[in-house]
Design a protein around this ligand. Structure first.
Ligand code: M6R
Length: 361
């Protein structure tokens, strides 16, 4: 049932080109985004996204998409904070809950807090026969299939894909995306599964880097823009399955504190696809190198050409339109953690102290 893989997590990482293509086929018709259930994003003045763990990281990426593509103010909350904060939920607010299992206790409680206050309760779930799905006005399924590994991989990628489709649909409805731009975005989405397959070829390099990473006691992940939440994803995956302490920082925050940690023993993973923020991220990366930090740069061929000097290692990803880069860059986040954990010999599919579905507070 692991289809020739050593772990379910390895199998699920490799399934992603197919599972991504599967979910996209449910949200795309021709060169348009067609949601399985309509929702009017032009009649809402903000979106509040609430989730736990990796699902919350997917929301943090989606914040950039909703704001940039649809000019829709977006907030992201950790469910365990949102449920007790007694924050205002305006009648024009759309509340959106993201959960693979649909059973996470804090997310469900947060949903019940928003019920009756928000304009509508939307949820992005994998398990459609779940408590969160049942309590929602509209569900947007992610069609990832059963995910066995405790560390979420294909569900995370499909959460991102559905959230991006929602953001594009919102942009169209709100007059921010015209038909031509929508067609371009849809064309970009259709390229993604192929790029994910190509991206999987970094696996050998990740395996080769695992012995060095597994010696580290701490690892820092840096990124800007939507790569900042992706840095969180890299750090979370690594902590969960390899038990190595990892932290994520927005590159621009480095000099406000964490740069004090940098010395020659600290691996620093930098997510920097070629995008308008590339040079800013690279200048932060150079500050790390000036303090002998061991930089692992994750970029594309253009980025590698411009910024490889003096870095410890480079992982070269396929070139990609920056809008879609977070989906592709889930791969290095997953593969670095996976191979480091395999090298350490930890229980990859059932890491200590963790459960697949957290149904208690
Ligand atoms: O089932 P959910 O999506 O609500 O689960 C939320 C988190 O528990 C989950 O994403 C967790 O962080 C994963 N183990 C991350 O890989």
């Amino acid at each position: 049932e692991k289809a020739g893989h050593r772990h379910f997590m390895g199998k699920e990482i490799h399934e992603q080109p197919q599972t991504l293509s599967g979910v996209l086929s449910r949200y795309i018709e021709g060169d348009r985004i067609v949601l399985p259930t309509d929702y009017d994003f032009s009649a809402t003045d903000r979106i509040q996204m609430v989730a736990c763990g990796t699902a919350q990281i997917a929301c943090s990426v989606a914040k950039y998409w909703f704001e940039a593509l649809a000019r829709l103010p977006a907030e992201v909350d950790i469910a365990s904070e949102y449920r007790y904060r007694e924050g205002p939920v305006g009648i024009d607010t759309t509340a959106l809950f993201v959960s693979q299992s649909g059973e996470t206790a804090d997310t469900l409680a947060a949903l019940r807090y928003a019920r009756g206050k928000a304009r509508a309760i939307l949820s992005v779930v994998n398990v459609v026969e779940s408590s969160i799905a049942r309590d929602s006005d509209i569900i947007y399924p992610i069609h990832a299939g059963v995910e066995v590994g405790v560390a979420s991989t294909k569900a995370f990628v499909n959460q991102l894909a559905v959230l991006l489709c929602l953001a594009i649909a919102a942009g169209v409805q709100r007059g921010e995306i015209d038909a031509q731009r929508e067609a371009e975005l849809v064309a970009g989405l259709k390229l993604l599964p192929g790029l994910m397959s190509q991206g999987l070829t970094i696996e050998e390099r990740c395996e080769a880097l695992a012995s060095r990473l597994s010696e580290a006691s701490d690892i820092l992940f840096l990124g800007r823009g939507p790569m900042y939440p992706m840095a969180h994803e890299g750090a979370l995956k690594l902590k969960e399955i390899s038990y190595i302490h990892a932290e994520a920082y927005a590159s621009g925050e480095l000099k406000h504190g964490p740069i004090a940690l940098v010395d020659r023993t600290l691996p620093v993973v930098v997510f920097a696809p070629m995008d308008p923020l590339f040079e800013k991220t690279v200048s932060n990366m150079q500050e790390v190198m000036a303090r002998e930090g061991q930089v692992l740069l994750v970029t594309d061929a253009d980025g590698a050409k411009q910024a490889s000097d003096g870095v410890w290692e480079v992982l070269v990803m396929p070139r990609i339109d920056p809008v879609f880069a977070p989906i592709l860059y889930a791969l290095p986040a997953q593969l670095l953690a996976y191979h480091t954990a395999v090298h350490k010999g930890t229980d990859v599919d059932q890491p200590r102290n963790l459960a697949k579905s957290v149904t208690v507070e």
